[in-house]
Design a protein around this ligand. Structure first.
Ligand SMILES: *[C@@H]1O[C@H](CO)[C@@H](O)[C@H](O)[C@H]1NC(C)=O
Ligand SMILES: *[C@@H]1O[C@H](CO)[C@@H](O)[C@H](O)[C@H]1NC(C)=O
Ligand SMILES: *[C@@H]1O[C@H](CO)[C@@H](O)[C@H](O)[C@H]1NC(C)=O
Ligand SMILES: *[C@@H]1O[C@H](CO)[C@@H](O)[C@H](O)[C@H]1NC(C)=O
Ligand SMILES: *[C@@H]1O[C@H](CO)[C@@H](O)[C@H](O)[C@H]1NC(C)=O
Ligand SMILES: *[C@@H]1O[C@H](CO)[C@@H](O)[C@H](O)[C@H]1NC(C)=O
Length: 591
């Protein structure tokens, strides 16, 4: 039995502990030996008895799984359970809530690839089922559930997904030697394995198989749904007009000594049960290939029940780091390009491009195929193979930008612009003029002003002003967590009362906007929405799939988000800590 070693910076004591609600600084914990007296004293303080028998049995299951099919798995909960091992039977000492859960799934080339894929999904669900359950309750339970108010939309959605899945399955059958469709097939098998395992209905499909359109597929379709709601005429849309959906910054440090790549997810606060994942699959591009995939290993910030990032932020074995911020589409005339046949949903195109591409340009070419027009994003692909610290005359290949809207994908190598400006900032506004114009952004600027423009958007200005402050990892982290909306003149909103707005910052806190304020459009209102994390990697860190990561809304210049004292305390947030005040962690992996 292997139990990982952890260094917990800050944990929150759980129900049952005498220190409930307080945050504690922990000593480093090494679980492969018995804890020292000092550690024991500390552990006792935060200890809880809840779920302990269950935790032990789940850990046993994990290990049996891992030995029988060649997988290794680590720390699958957002509860860190510390065990003492004397002989064979581990004794549970204590469980802690941690900011990120960690999951590493490694498959073995001793097994055929279809089986690796299915089992990877099965084993992930087996060890994260509690998180999956909670995350479903928090984020998807009401979506097209029995009490939905929009039955018409739900039926159109179900039919759309069903037709699309049938078309995709047909391509898989028709193109057995195509690397593209082979990878789509493996991704769907992994999803199938995850859902079957969760439902305790494991049965490896040997031929064609179906995927429940309203099951775990919805965990993958989160971003695609934002646009499907518009394309399929949902009466009330989930996305507020102008709603920020992520901030990203790529920054060359002075003298080009480092290249930092970082991303803040902006999402609903109900989505904050998080898993940092690392998948290492022994897959080839297609059955007839001999070499393993360029992107066979992927480290990414993710969620329970999701087999991709969704944020998106990936470090890949190809040397690529890929991420995006959402640009959306505000031109209703383009929704006709969103069709269930001839298209592959964004989450799958993302997985396939991450696996097959060796360069930024290849990534863009693969991703562009079968454009679904859903989850319309600005993608940034950094290729660290083209970076050399100190070198200033890098001409191309280091950085590619891609933008997708329904009916149109554009991409270009932006290495020279990055080298010249020293940074690239991304904040939900299209960069390419054709995309900007075609997706209805001019109309938004006309109606609501320069907030919607590439140059004058508050984050464009904050990034421009503050990027020169970034000289190392710590100052980059401060900028990515920056939200001084009460005092920063760039956070002011014309036409809002009050003028200071928590949305107008690098890491938004829309929960802090007063409910009784007046706001010109939805994004600026009080919402349970904002920056929910931060991830950053660098030339120094990426090779080991390392990152610095923070979970939860920023609290650098503002009070931490607390469910119980917020206007949103009645929203479902199972498994969350009450106060979100976790410190940054250095993400490292066991293999
Ligand atoms: C892969 O392995 C599984 C389980 O052993 C088996 O059922 C399946 O037929 C194999 N598939 C191929 C293509 O060999
Ligand atoms: C959505 O509404 C528009 C305008 O009324 C209509 O043209 C379009 O066909 C509708 N789409 C669907 C999928 O119902
Ligand atoms: C985009 O729209 C602006 C404003 O209407 C216009 O001036 C410009 O020529 C357009 N550019 C392209 C490439 O369509
Ligand atoms: C951003 O710039 C403002 C104005 O110069 C400064 O007050 C603030 O501290 C800077 N923030 C960060 C995170 O660099
Ligand atoms: C909003 O409510 C707060 C107190 O709840 C009050 O102090 C403030 O004046 C109100 N603002 C407006 C614009 O009504
Ligand atoms: C993360 O790593 C950096 C650089 O190696 C180190 O300075 C910092 O203390 C580490 N932080 C944590 C929380 O371990």
């Amino acid at each position: 039995m292997i139990i990982s070693c952890f260094f917990i910076v800050k944990t929150v004591a759980l129900p049952g502990s005498p220190l409930i609600g307080q945050t504690l600084q922990s000593p480093p914990l090494l679980c492969e030996r018995a804890p020292t007296q000092a550690e024991k004293t500390w552990l006792k303080l935060a200890c809880c008895d809840q779920d302990s028998s269950e935790m032990i049995s789940v850990f046993y299951t994990t290990c049996q799984w891992s030995y029988s099919i060649g997988y290794s798995l680590m720390n699958p909960f957002n509860l860190l359970c510390v065990m003492q091992t004397f002989g064979w039977k581990p004794d549970l000492l204590c469980c802690f809530l941690i900011s990120w859960s960690f999951l590493e799934v490694t498959s073995s080339s001793l097994y055929n690839e279809s089986f690796q894929a299915y089992a990877a999904g099965a084993v992930e669900a087996a060890v994260t089922s509690q998180l999956i359950y909670k995350h479903w309750m928090n984020t998807l339970m009401g979506y097209c559930g029995p009490f939905t108010s929009d039955i018409g939309y739900c039926e159109r959605l179900k039919a759309f997904i069903g037709t699309n899945m049938q078309w995709v399955q047909k391509q898989i059958q028709k193109n057995p030697s195509s690397p593209y469709w082979y990878q789509v097939h493996l991704a769907l098998l992994q999803l199938k394995g995850m859902e079957d395992s969760y439902n305790a209905e494991l049965s490896f499909p040997t031929g064609q198989f179906s995927i429940n359109p309203m099951g775990f597929l919805l965990f993958q379709l989160g971003g695609d749904l934002e646009d499907l709601e518009s394309a399929l005429n949902k009466s009330s849309q989930t996305r507020a007009l102008g709603s920020g959906s992520c901030s990203a910054l790529i920054k060359l440090l002075p003298n080009n000594k480092e290249l930092l790549v970082s991303h803040d997810t902006w999402n609903t606060y109900q989505s904050m049960l998080r898993i940092m994942k690392k998948y290492t699959f022994a897959f080839k591009a297609s059955p007839s290939e001999h070499n393993l995939l360029p992107g066979r290993t992927q480290a990414f910030s993710s969620y329970p029940g999701s087999i991709f990032s969704g944020d998106d932020f990936y470090i890949l074995s190809s040397g690529l780091v890929t991420m995006e911020t959402t640009i959306g589409n505000n031109n209703p005339a383009l929704w006709k390009f969103v069709q269930p046949t001839g298209t592959v949903m964004e989450w799958l195109r993302n997985i396939v491009a991450n696996r097959l591409a060796s360069t930024g340009r290849e990534w863009a070419e693969i991703f562009s195929k079968y454009n679904s027009g859903t989850y319309n994003n600005q993608w940034m692909i950094v290729d660290y193979n083209h970076f050399t610290p100190g070198k200033s005359n890098i001409k191309e290949g280091l950085f590619v930008v891609l933008e997708q809207i329904p009916g149109l994908v554009m991409f270009d190598d932006k290495t020279q612009e990055l080298m010249k400006k020293g940074y690239w900032a991304s904040y939900n506004i299209p960069y390419f003029v054709d995309i900007f114009n075609a997706s209805g952004c001019n109309e938004l600027v006309e109606k609501f002003g320069p907030w919607f423009s590439l140059d004058k958007n508050p984050r464009a200005q904050i990034f421009r002003r503050n990027q020169t402050d970034v000289t190392d990892v710590d100052s980059m982290l401060r900028l990515m967590r920056y939200n001084n909306y009460l005092e920063d003149p760039l956070s002011k909103c014309d036409g809002c009362n009050p003028a200071a707005n928590g949305e107008n910052a690098i890491s938004a806190r829309s929960d802090l906007n007063p409910a009784n304020g007046t706001y010109p459009f939805g994004a600026l209102k009080q919402r349970p929405h904002g920056g929910t994390d931060m991830k950053m990697t660098s030339y120094e860190m990426y090779r080991a799939y390392g990152m610095v990561a923070v979970s939860g809304p920023t609290f650098d210049q503002v009070p931490p988000f607390q469910w119980s004292s917020s206007p949103f305390k009645d929203l479902m947030h199972m498994g969350h800590p009450d106060i979100w005040n976790f410190k940054p962690i250095n993400v490292t992996w066991t293999n």
